[in-house]
Design a protein around this ligand. Structure first.
Ligand SMILES: [Zn+2]
Length: 397
């Protein structure tokens, strides 16, 4: 297994000859720069190559005139342990997502563990175990924020304090466990927030036999930080309820691959109409009944840009800077001080698009030629995307 430690290497990395630099920031999605200097796994300088001091650079990547984007963030995954998912009995799925440009994942609950404990002591122990395990084991180098307990009845305020003290920072999807009523969920979400634990709520019909419906009234009453899969996972709420969620609160609008595509487009358009594009974040909600989707985030970008008729550079922000800001992560934006997580890509061979942005606008996926995490090259040509027309390369010293 491609086991890796999360150690960040010391040293300088230079990326030069960037043809298009996507920032991840909605307010300025394309940067006027062609080079990035990174020091010890963090972005140091974003500028024209002529203005960068390349003295003492250890590694140089020649982007060959192609596109650099912040590493993609999958806001909604269900990891269990290591790079194995019992949901579809697959191994190496996380490494495969890295080949689809994903450098950070957020767990919405390790709910697929066979025999998942539902008693309070057991669910807390499991959350701490997942948090520890994924902090020190990164398949493909991907940063997995995990250890997301699912709320069960009988939890008291002290449990949330214990979890926070033990390093747990997320709740699993509210509604997947025994807590499904709005008033009960509201109380626990507030305790979680008090101790710095971020929350996501399941939205829509049951995902699998045994889970239940969470409608707009429950979502609004619970007031979780993220309206998890607002487009259903898989079954969506009626569109008028989705509109109501967008209009009645200011929480993150999470749109996922394993949801209803019509509802996805509706939620995006409604957020845009409200003048709140910054709320839109993307996930896959995988592995799930629909399987694992290594290219799920790229497919969401292509779907929302093409059928949703939104510029591709804007939609890339939904999967990078928006998620980083809504979830308070140190990645997702090309700016000094952020972690050096990048996807280098070009338009796919034989796309009808004139350039990469045009190709995505036409519904095609880009081709990835390199993924960098913490300033370290994690893959060169992606084994999963269509081949890029031009390929980034590491310059031999
Ligand atoms: Zn769900």
């Amino acid at each position: 297994m491609a086991a890796t430690t999360p150690e960040v290497p010391a040293g300088k990395l230079l990326i030069k000859n960037i043809g298009l630099l996507l920032s991840g920031a909605l307010e300025n999605p394309v940067l006027d720069a062609d080079a990035i200097l990174c020091v010890d796994g963090k972005i140091d300088t974003v500028a024209k190559l002529a203005d960068i001091d390349s003295e003492g650079v250890d590694t140089t990547i020649d982007a060959q005139g192609t596109t650099v984007c912040p590493g993609l963030i999958d806001s909604h995954v269900h990891p269990v342990i290591g790079d194995w998912t019992p949901r579809q009995s697959q191994i190496n799925w996380i490494d495969s997502y890295m080949n689809g440009g994903v450098t950070t994942m957020i767990s919405a609950g390790e709910v697929h563990l066979p025999g998942r404990p539902k008693d309070v002591v057991g669910l807390k122990a499991m959350a701490v175990t997942a948090q520890r395990a994924f902090s020190s084991f990164r398949p493909g180098g991907v940063k997995i924020h995990a250890g997301a307990p699912v709320l069960e009845q009988g939890m008291v305020e002290e449990d949330f304090k214990d979890l926070a003290d033990a390093g747990v920072k997320l709740l699993g999807e509210v509604g997947l466990g025994g807590v499904k009523q709005g008033d009960e969920a509201k109380k626990m979400v507030a305790w979680a927030r008090k101790y710095g634990i971020q929350s996501t709520i399941h939205t829509g019909g049951p995902s699998i036999p045994g889970s239940g419906l969470i409608d707009a009234d429950v979502v609004l009453e619970a007031d979780a930080d993220v309206i998890g899969h607002i487009n259903g996972g898989h079954t969506a709420l009626p569109l008028d309820q989705i509109r109501c969620l967008c209009e009645s609160c200011s929480r993150s609008v999470e749109i996922v691959h394993n949801g209803n595509e019509l509802a996805a487009l509706f939620a995006m358009r409604t957020s845009m109409e409200l003048g709140q594009p910054e709320r839109i974040i993307l996930g896959t909600d995988s592995p799930a009944g629909s399987g694992a989707q290594p290219l799920g985030i790229l497919r969401m970008i292509a779907l929302l840009s093409s059928i949703g008729e939104i510029d591709a550079e804007t939609v890339f922000c939904f999967a990078t800077g928006n998620t980083a800001r809504q979830r308070e992560l140190d990645c997702g934006l090309i700016e000094p001080g952020r972690v050096a997580d990048f996807v280098i890509m070009d338009r796919a061979q034989h796309t009808a698009g004139k350039n990469i942005l045009d190709s995505v606008r036409l519904g095609d996926l880009p081709g990835i030629s390199m993924v960098v995490i913490d300033g370290q090259v994690r893959c060169t040509r992606s084994r999963n995307t269509p081949p890029a027309e031009r390929m980034a390369s590491v310059v031999e010293a």
